[in-house]
Design a binder for this molecule. Structure first.
Ligand SMILES: [Fe+2]
Length: 149
């Protein structure tokens, strides 16, 4: 099974977000294919930069939705985004320094992190965003906990 393929298990119910996730995975698949077919770092650099830009734009989209809902996972989710963006920029930096080390596996590795983020962090976060009554309960529970401690 292709680890970068879109899966129905990734459907969150937020059509725009799902479309963005799908688009990011497709970009990574295209990058991997180009490298597999022999493209050099300088040849795929524009694709890598576009992927980083799209990822950042997508993360901002999620963060805007979360901020508007006063989502209780906002800070931890934003930190996860920052880690992923750092990992992506490391791929670019390493490619710049050691272009010969850019392999399809490099893209698989970053793709695996993106897929894990979608499954383990986006889906629970988006599910909570779709159920404002649960969101309100969590926020109330957090406020209560703050008063107790
Ligand atoms: Fe996310």
């Amino acid at each position: 099974m292709d680890g970068l393929a879109w899966q129905t298990a990734f459907v969150s119910g937020w059509a725009e977000i799902d479309q963005e996730h799908r688009g990011l995975l497709e970009m990574l698949q295209q990058l991997r294919l180009a490298i597999l077919e022999g493209a050099t770092f300088s040849q795929v650099k524009p694709q890598l930069l576009a992927c980083a830009t799209e990822t950042e734009r997508h993360f901002q989209h999620e963060e805007t939705l979360m901020a508007a809902a006063n989502h209780p996972l906002y800070l931890s989710h934003r930190a996860a985004h920052q880690n992923l963006l750092r990992d992506l920029s490391l791929v670019l930096e390493n490619g710049q320094r050691h272009p010969e080390n850019l392999t399809p596996e490099t893209i698989e590795t970053i793709g695996a992190l993106v897929v894990r983020h979608i499954r383990e962090e986006d889906l629970p976060m988006l599910s909570l965003l779709a159920h404002p009554e649960e969101l309100a309960q969590q926020q109330a529970a957090e406020l209560t906990a703050e008063n107790v401690f």
